[in-house]
Ligand binder design. Structure first.
Ligand code: FMN
Length: 196
């Protein structure tokens, strides 16, 4: 099944994006393919002016539409998710997450805003008709670090929390796949044959 990783940080390098890439690697270890969409690479003017017809925005929308699951990462900005991420969510169709599983991740400077994903992002994901928003994962800056020499270093408690979240997503995807195989396609009444 198809998974898209959406990075909502305006910064590079970015802790939340590195964490998202780690999540992608962990999904790959469980047999799932994923692709990364960095919102900061989309044309800024088209995003800010909500140019729905812009070719790059349409291509990004198509990537989201084709996905069965979305892992969405954001830094906490002013007690909520980033404005950049909101600008992208705003140009998705109203039911842009219909049928999809969503795993939200965030990094923040402190624990103060650890509920930001639940009180700010979750209602938006639900309004976009997400099939299921999995329990979100919040990581403080002290719990994740990156350097060219050592690569990504993640606190062991967070490694466990991420593993649990990714196992949960993986299991939910497999269940979704089985449902899709066993679900009966509707048969029009004109095609029903009866014998007495
Ligand atoms: C403009 C701005 C606003 C921020 N606001 C908050 C905040 O309200 N609460 C918080 O915990 N951290 C806040 N931070 C810290 C970032 O959330 C944190 O450093 C995060 O890991 C950055 O992620 P990134 O590297 O992926 O962009 C803020 C950082 C910036 C630059």
């Amino acid at each position: 099944m198809n998974i898209i990783l959406i990075a909502g940080s305006p910064s590079a390098p970015s802790r939340s994006t590195r964490l998202l890439q780690y999540a992608g690697e962990q999904l790959a270890l469980r047999g799932h393919r994923s692709g990364l969409l960095q919102v900061r690479d989309l044309p800024a003017q088209a995003l800010l002016h909500a140019e729905f017809g812009n070719a790059e925005l349409k291509a990004a929308q198509a990537l989201v539409a084709a996905a069965d699951a979305v892992v969405i990462a954001t830094p906490v900005y002013k007690a909520a998710y980033s404005g950049l991420l909101k600008a992208f969510l705003d140009v998705l169709p109203q039911d842009g997450l219909a049928g999809k599983l969503v795993l939200p991740l965030a990094t923040g400077g402190s624990q103060s805003h650890m509920l930001a994903l639940d009180y700010a992002l979750r209602p938006v994901l639900t309004s976009l008709s997400a099939r299921h928003v999995l329990p979100s994962i919040y990581v403080t800056d002290a719990q994740v670090a990156w350097s060219a020499e050592q690569g990504l270093t993640i606190d062991s408690a967070i490694v466990q929390r991420l593993a649990a979240g990714i196992d949960n997503l993986s299991a939910s995807l497999l269940a979704l796949q089985e449902t899709a195989v066993t679900e009966f396609a509707p048969v029009h009444f004109s095609q029903v044959r009866c014998s007495v």
